[in-house]
Design a protein around this ligand. Sequence first.
Ligand code: ADP
Ligand code: MG
Length: 232
Amino acid sequence: MNAKEILARARQENRAVLTEIEAKQLLMQSGINCTDTRLATTKDAAVKLSEQLGYPVVLKVSSVDITHKSDAGGVKVNLKSKAEVENAFDAIMRSCKAAMPTARIEGVSVQGMAKSGIEVIMGMIKDSSFGPVIMFGLGGVFVEVLQDVAFRIVPIEKSDAEDMINEIKGKKLLEGYRGQEPADVACLQQMLLKLSDFVNTTPEIEEIDMNPVFAYKDGAVVVDARVVLSTA
Ligand code: ADP
Ligand code: MG
């Protein structure tokens, strides 16, 4: 489905929140690299997709009602066999139903296990006076506890993308820390520019959250994405 169709379907179903699969499709169409993520509505389909993608894989609950998938027991990573996928499918269904009995669950998403990298986040929120604002930060504790994030008003230029990455306090972590490989900063800048373009040309989006993005020595990939449409 193209971007227009994805947005139209959500509207038709009266949904403001896109699934991870839809969110990644939109981002991919804007040139932002995401893990190839597909929907399986049954356990057998999850196994079939896992075999197509190749092990190890990740299974996640697919539900527009579940925002924090891991909190609901809805994420199982590094699954290496048919049996592990089957067990993960059952475990995800069991714990998500227990955690959120009224959630509409369409199945699970299946994606390849991305190799670990430096975790960063990117996103967009709409500010009541400035309009769409792009966000960049390091992942995990850095954003949650230290609030180490940079913001810029859309549209941004290359120099803004550079500045955003330069101004975060934990920037050293991107330069290769304690033997860790450095992050491909040029690629992260490009992703911010593509995000800005996408936001600028898609005014019906209220919020984007790419958390985490894994940054590597060469390239980067979005492993989780959430998109919320405006309801106005
Ligand atoms: P949540 O809704 O809880 O944010 P995520 O999709 O972000 O769920 O998954 C939780 C964690 O699982 C991520 O922060 C990441 O560390 C790991 N993870 C998710 N998808 C992948 C993947 N494709 N490859 C490797 N790790 C992943
Ligand atoms: Mg996440």
